[in-house]
Design a protein around this ligand. Structure first.
Ligand SMILES: Cc1cc2nc3c(=O)[nH]c(=O)nc-3n(C[C@H](O)[C@H](O)[C@H](O)COP(=O)(O)O)c2cc1C
Ligand SMILES: C=C(O[C@@H]1CC(C(=O)O)=C[C@@H](OP(=O)(O)O)[C@H]1O)C(=O)O
Length: 358
């Protein structure tokens, strides 16, 4: 089982949702970056379960403990070990799933592959493991802050409620003002109502997160294999419950004409730039210095608090009414995870393509 992300800036994670703790080791973090503990904890708080009425009810403080790689308030360039303890597991809620697979969760494929299964919660497949990504992402953001690179994600769709404007006209400072993390406050209210309604029925709903990376330098990515958008796509598709990724104008390019969507070059202050940015800041696998924007589609949460047909471990048909605490919609808590994965990808490619230290 491989548990490591990245080339130069790497994250190895460990832990299970109902085990002792979740943690990780970050390697390749540049030296000399000032540690802002409040910022790191705030990033974790944005992901934390139980943060409001429309998330899973599991109550975890998710306090992070840094174990190594920091001296005098700055990174030393050595591996950074960190730990977040699990405190509120309620494993007894999973007793009726001990020998039964939840449809569309990871239960069956994991058991089929490894012949072993930690049925308490999602085990290693639980999104609780994304704690490690958010800690590493916070470190990556601290390094990117020094380079002036910013990453902002937000919920742009839940079910059939979506935001019509794009990031250029939205006020992204409003993202943290509401429970669904949507900068369009009218849409946010409708989304929140929809998620609350579904939660009370035991049902779940999917949606889309949009993200923009600003001030990313040109030259990140390789023309062959390690294309920047491919790395970004792999980072996003590796998040639990993600089913789709598009960058720039993505799938809508399929029915457009070249004469409509080519980004025409022009010269601005002695630099070659493009008049438009249909490409989403990446051409030929290499960043061009424009904003990089992309969208990530999430499916509805698999665990429904209502009866479903399924099979047991011996293949016998049965039914399951899941118990436990679950997100009716992952989008609000996935916003910081999308940002974290984007930050890790940008920093990894920066270190790979631009320099060995900041
Ligand atoms: C932030 C977040 C929270 C999630 N919460 C739940 C949850 O409470 N219950 C659940 O069944 N799945 C939840 N999921 C989704 C599962 O972790 C995911 O569906 C599962 O690992 C199976 O993988 P797949 O959907 O990618 O195929 C969550 C995902 C994310 C990103
Ligand atoms: C606990 C968290 O979210 C969990 C994500 C999750 C899943 O299947 O992904 C299932 C639920 O918990 P458990 O692992 O106990 O089944 C959620 O509460 C967390 O993210 O910290």
């Amino acid at each position: 089982m491989r548990n490591t992300f990245g080339n130069i800036f790497t994250l190895t994670s460990f832990g299970e949702s109902h085990g002792e703790a979740v943690g990780g080791v970050i390697d390749g973090m540049p030296a000399g970056i000032e540690i802002d503990m409040d910022f790191i904890q705030t990033e974790l708080n944005r992901r934390r379960p139980g943060q409001n009425a429309i998330t899973t009810g599991r109550k975890e403080p998710d306090k992070v403990e840094l174990l190594s790689g920091i001296f005098d308030g700055k990174t030393t360039g050595c591996p950074i070990g960190f730990l977040v303890k699990n405190t509120n597991q309620h494993s007894e809620d999973y007793e009726n799933m001990r020998n039964v697979f939840r449809p569309s969760h990871a239960d069956y494929t994991y058991y089929n592959k490894y012949g072993a299964r930690d049925y308490r919660g999602g085990g290693r497949s639980s999104a609780r493991i994304t704690i490690a990504r958010c800690v590493a992402g916070a470190f990556a953001k601290l390094a990117l802050r020094k380079l002036g690179i910013t990453i902002s994600a937000y919920t742009s769709q839940i079910g059939d409620i979506y935001v019509r404007d794009d990031y250029r006209t939205l006020d992204l400072s409003l993202v943290e003002t509401n429970a669904v993390r949507c900068p369009d406050l009218k849409a946010a209210k409708e989304m929140e109502e929809l998620v609350s309604k579904l939660k009370s029925k035991g049902d779940t709903v999917g949606g889309i997160i949009s993200c923009v990376i600003r001030n990313c330098p040109s030259g990140l990515g390789e023309p062959e294999f390690d294309k920047f958008h491919a790395a970004l796509g792999a980072a996003m598709l590796g998040i639990n419950a993600v089913k789709g990724f598009e960058y720039g104008e993505g799938f809508s390019m399929a029915n457009r004409y070249g004469s409509e969507v080519n980004d025409i070059f022009m010269s601005k202050n002695g630099k070659t730039v493009t008049q438009t940015n249909h490409s989403g800041g990446i051409q030929g696998g290499i960043s061009n210095g424009s904003d990089i924007f992309f969208r990530v589609a999430f499916k509805p949460v698999a665990t429904l608090l209502m009866e479903q047909h399924t099979v047991d471990i011996s293949g016998n048909p049965t039914t399951l009414t899941a118990k436990g605490r679950h997100d009716p919609c992952v989008l609000p808590r996935a916003v910081p995870i999308v940002e974290a994965m984007a930050a890790m990808t940008v920093l990894d490619f920066y270190l790979l393509n631009k320099c060995a230290k900041l």
